[in-house]
Write a protein that binds this ligand. Sequence first.
Ligand code: FAS
Ligand code: PHB
Length: 393
Amino acid sequence: MKTQVGIIGSGPSGLILAQILHLQGIESIILERKTTDYVLTRIRAGVLEQSCVDLLRQAQASKRMDIEGIMHDGFDIAYSGEAHHVNLKKLTGTGVMIYGQTEITRDLIDLRRKNGGVIIEEAEVTTIENITSKSPIIHYLKDGVEHQIQCDFVTGCDGYHGASRKSIPQDILKTHEQIYPFGWLGILSETPPVSKELIYTRHERGFALCSMRNEMLSRYYIQVPIDDKVEDWSDDRFWDELKKRLPKDAANKLVTGPSIEKSIAPLRSFVCENMRYGNLFLAGDAAHIVPPTGAKGLNSAASDIHYLSNALIQYYKNGDEQGLDQYAEKALKRVWKAERFSWWMTNLLHKLPNSDGDSGSFTAKMQLAELDYLFESEAALKSLAENYIGLPY
Ligand code: FAS
Ligand code: PHB
């Protein structure tokens, strides 16, 4: 089999790229090791930067988002029992869109099927051959049989555990990683959100986040030790712990209900600097991971796809390779700033090792001083706001 662009992974990175290339008449094949039904069971990101919204509109994949998405002009940060508002709209002129990654994936898979695009499901990519040649070959297993696809370019959109990054020779691979000693226990419940906008909470018991997907679908998270198991957390235990971490008025208003999804996500910061190797291009979680605190995971995947799709279109339309040659440098520049912001917000709001409670440690004092400064200085708050809505592409 042959195609122009071989895309490994049908998460948001692979699907958005395939759709934008399709609109330009550039052919691609998506290889996905799971079924698309399985991919649609994943509950992940919820907050979209305006640039990500614009990219989905450019991909003509925003019809349902433009109807069902909710624009938020700000969010709250609660600490020492009080909630403080971050007015994104006033500070930056824009807000963020609340629309679940699962819905984005659903919309893109529907579009792919409608325009006859190929997604080969349950196709596990094992190796990529001749990566530095003009026609790399993707090898994949399906129903126990080995297949291959020859392409001009391979895009590794296969997430942190995918095969593409592992195809880069170890002796040239350059990665950076920080693993946090805690995770996020998240639940989805068919209950009205506790507040109209998000509430990020710093509490001596640990971080908590109140988010949502729509007026009757709430998403909550609490920080838990990295070795906690989801079966250790009954719904009742979760709701009790969440209430202990929220400001009183939010805790009193909280509508609880049965969880329809419950999982623990580990937190890590990770960057692979080789976002290009030969004719293999990495994008999204295959190249970088952030702790979800700053809502930058999906949004950084979007900026990669913006740069990569433009570069591929430039190549196929005018034979110009400049975009491809500059891709890694351009994408990494924005990725590192998203990594910094996510790392900063994670260290600001989570219960960190050697910080026993509010008054007991220097670390906790630094967090509280930073939060006091944030809400006393418009300059500091504007800095947080411009990072949260997303730095320019
Ligand atoms: P994805 O991981 O979404 O997709 C990669 C795809 O490649 C998968 O479908 C996988 O099955 C497939 N694949 C892997 N190896 C393959 C192989 N060898 N062959 C074929 N296919 C292969 N971000 C936020 O902003 N907010 C959040 O709250 C948030 N929560 C998250 C929770 C979890 C548990 C995880 C893992 C991530 C979370 N993220 C969050 C980040 C997440 O949204 C990612 O940024 C986003 O999924 C990135 O999309 P992709 O790059 O497409 O990678
Ligand atoms: C979510 O709604 O899943 C969400 C929102 C904001 C974050 C992380 C996750 O920072």
